[in-house]
Structures are given as structure tokens and as C-alpha cells.
Design a protein around this ligand. Structure first.
Ligand code: ZN
Length: 138
């Protein structure tokens, strides 16, 4: 006769992992995995990408490969890729021509900035020694 109430009384709340705990654990695991992946040296063997942007807007992104020299024209700017994979701005409308005189960049993290024109040529990816943090601002 008393089964219902006794069942109720026996249902002692147990300490179980709340759903939120699972989310937190998952988040920590994902974060740890992401950090681990970020710290791993990349083995891509020098794959480089060049991003060309103006006023903060990306105009173009293209892979930089050795032995595929060429020129790309963005308005009054000309970005050249040399035989050895070096990227440079070879023509620009700015008065100072600082971006042209910056010369060539060939490693990830390096960039060429034309301040007057808000024109940026940036290399990303990995290079041989994996440092990839050098920034050239002249
Ligand atoms: Zn310039």
C-alpha cells in the first residue's frame, strides 16, 4: 500500500555530473587539442600563401610557388613573384615608394605595407625554419 511513497523516499538524489560539467570538460579538451595543434611544427615544407589587401579588404590570395614567376596587377599596384618565390611590390602610385623600396619578402609573417595606399601584401604559411614570426616594416 505504501509502495509509491516508499519509492519516492528511496529516490535519493545522487551526485551525477551535470550537463554543464560535460560541456566544460568538452571545451577544455577542445582547447587543449587546439593548443597542441597550434604548437606542433608544421611539416608542409614551405608552402606559402600571399594575401593582398587594401583598406583591410582582401583583394586576392594566391599560393606562392618557386619557379612560377609572374606579376599581378591590383589597380595601380603591381605585385611580382620572382623565380625564387620572393614577392615584391614593383609598382605603386604612392609618393614615397616605400613599399617598392621595401624589396622582396619570402617568408611567412613578412609583409609589405604601403601606408598611403593602405595596401598590404602579406605572406602566410610556413617556411623552412618554421619561425614565421618575422615582420618587415620599413
Ligand atoms: Zn607605397
Amino acid at each position: 500500500m505504501n509502495t509509491f511513497s516508499s519509492q519516492k523516499n528511496n529516490a535519493v538524489p545522487r551526485l551525477r555530473p551535470a550537463p554543464l560539467d560535460a560541456v566544460v570538460v568538452l571545451a577544455v579538451l577542445v582547447l587543449a587539442a587546439a593548443l597542441f595543434a597550434a604548437m606542433l611544427p608544421k611539416q608542409s615544407g614551405g608552402a606559402l600563401a600571399c594575401t593582398v589587401s587594401r583598406d583591410g579588404q582582401v583583394l586576392d590570395t594566391f599560393p606562392v610557388e618557386e619557379n612560377s614567376p609572374g606579376e599581378r596587377v591590383y589597380g595601380a599596384y603591381t605585385v611580382s613573384v620572382a623565380q625564387d618565390g620572393a614577392v615584391s611590390v614593383t609598382a605603386a602610385p604612392c609618393a614615397g615608394q616605400d613599399c617598392v623600396r621595401t624589396g622582396a619578402v619570402r617568408r611567412a609573417g613578412q609583409n609589405i605595407v604601403c601606408l598611403p595606399g593602405r595596401f598590404v601584401v602579406e605572406l602566410s604559411g610556413t617556411d623552412g625554419d618554421g619561425s614565421g614570426v618575422d615582420i618587415v616594416v620599413r
